[in-house]
Design a protein around this ligand. Structure first.
Ligand code: PMP
Length: 403
């Protein structure tokens, strides 16, 4: 057992109700939480609780400091130039909707084009379809290489000055394929387009540096990074955020309100209307402290190693078809001949193994793979060989049942 997965004991969610090991292979959907995050959330909701930004009493001032410290911690974690580039949102979905609605609404016009890819999550497709409908822009879809990566040769060849935005998954939630992000950024910038990276699956398993990645927008969800639900991050270059109009109106996002004219606060407050996700931001900070102390590079190697082991073992089973590239970030999709992924998932559940079965909110990718659904095993920092062994036992049992 490696030092990283020895951390299983930090995660109370990794036990079944009757105290047995639960082989949780659905971390790409949402990660289990370490006790440190649960404790941080509990303190913030309990003895430390108060609102932020408005209170004149000491507790509120302390809470404001903690909330803003969480923003600084996120900025440091992703290598942002400044914490003012960090907007707290409800999750990646909300972050992409914010960019589509605010930046897209302002910058897209009829004839403009948006470049997506065949493997995008619905949350990086539908908001663009909505803004395309509103603005008259059109959507192009970058195809995949044979092994399931975004085809950057095609992207480089097909991008034109009509493309104003390229929006791609940094890591696929179905195939685990890792995007050559710097190359995508170079290609986008060469035609004057902005690059949005959907970092939902990269933030929990890769070291990030916004300067190095050279993208323009980056989004991720806290709950996939071992933090709570209901919080996510939109990072955008300062000059882009400065020029973007607000997308929701309300308290906290204003400078001055009169019935004649309202002026808005600068970013990030301009994009955080209403009482923010205070306790969630504080718990997200605890999650970042937790993962960073393990070193992100090691997390990547750890999960990549587990995927390799699982691939190797599953490739020995004739009835199993594997999807995606040889080397992937912690995520492995597969299908079993003659067994619907849902049935496989149900049998595995009886063995205390949790996988995801379905279209994974990526129906265009399912169409490309020519399957209605896949089974997906996804690993986290707490996963280890015992989880792979349990998965294999469950698959063997399924073979016996369906054999
Ligand atoms: N993009 C990717 C690649 C994802 O895996 C997910 C979550 N499955 C999302 C976007 C949406 O994240 P959320 O539901 O947390 O907003």
């Amino acid at each position: 057992m490696t030092a990283i997965s020895a951390r299983k004991a930090d995660f109370p969610g990794l036990l079944t109700r009757d105290g047995k090991p639960w082989h949780y292979l659905d971390t790409a959907a949402t990660a289990q939480k370490p006790q440190a995050v649960i404790d941080a959330m509990s303190r913030a909701l309990g003895p430390d609780y108060a609102t932020v930004h408005r209170g004149v009493y000491a507790r509120s001032a302390e809470m404001t400091l903690a909330y803003e410290a969480a923003r600084r911690r996120v900025a440091q974690f992703i290598g942002a130039a400044s914490e003012t580039e960090i907007v707290f949102v409800r999750g990646a979905t909300e972050g992409i909707n914010l960019v589509a609605s605010s930046w897209g609404g302002e910058n897209l016009k009829p004839g403009d084009r948006i470049m997506l890819s065949q493997l995008e999550h619905h949350s990086n497709i539908v908001p663009w379809q909505m803004v395309a409908e509103r603005t008259g822009a059109k959507i192009d879809v970058c195809p995949l290489t044979e092994d399931g990566r975004i085809d950057l040769d095609w992207l480089e060849a097909k991008l034109t000055e009509k493309h104003k935005l390229v929006a791609l998954a940094h890591v696929s939630n179905v195939l685990g394929s890792v995007l050559g992000a710097k190359r995508a950024a170079k290609a986008a910038h060469a035609v004057g387009a902005k690059l949005l990276l959907d970092g939902c699956q990269s933030a929990p398993r890769m070291r990030l540096d916004m300067g190095e990645l050279d993208c323009d927008f980056f989004v991720f969800s806290g709950h996939k990074l071992y933090g709570p639900t209901g919080i996510g991050v939109l990072w955008a270059r300062e000059e882009l955020l400065d020029a973007m109009p607000p997308w929701q109106g309300g308290g906290s996002m204003i400078d001055k309100v009169t019935f004649e004219k309202t002026t808005y606060a600068p970013p990030p407050q301009r994009f955080e209307a209403g009482t923010p996700m205070i306790t969630e931001a504080i718990a997200l900070r605890a999650a970042i402290d937790y993962v960073e102390q393990l070193r992100m590079e090691r997390l990547y190697e750890h999960e990549n190693g587990l995927v390799r082991q699982a691939r190797e073992a599953l490739s020995q089973i004739n009835s199993i078809q594997l999807f995606g590239p040889e080397s992937s970030a912690g995520i492995l999709s597969f299908a079993m001949e003659g067994v619907h992924p849902h049935d496989l998932g149900t049998i595995l559940d009886e063995e205390n193994v949790a996988i995801r079965a379905g279209h994974h909110c990526a129906q265009p990718l399912m169409e490309h793979l020519d399957v209605p659904a896949t089974a997906r095993a996804s690993f986290g920092l707490y996963s280890d060989e015992s989880d792979i062994a349990a998965l294999l036992r469950g698959i063997e049992r399924t073979q016996r049942i369906f054999g």
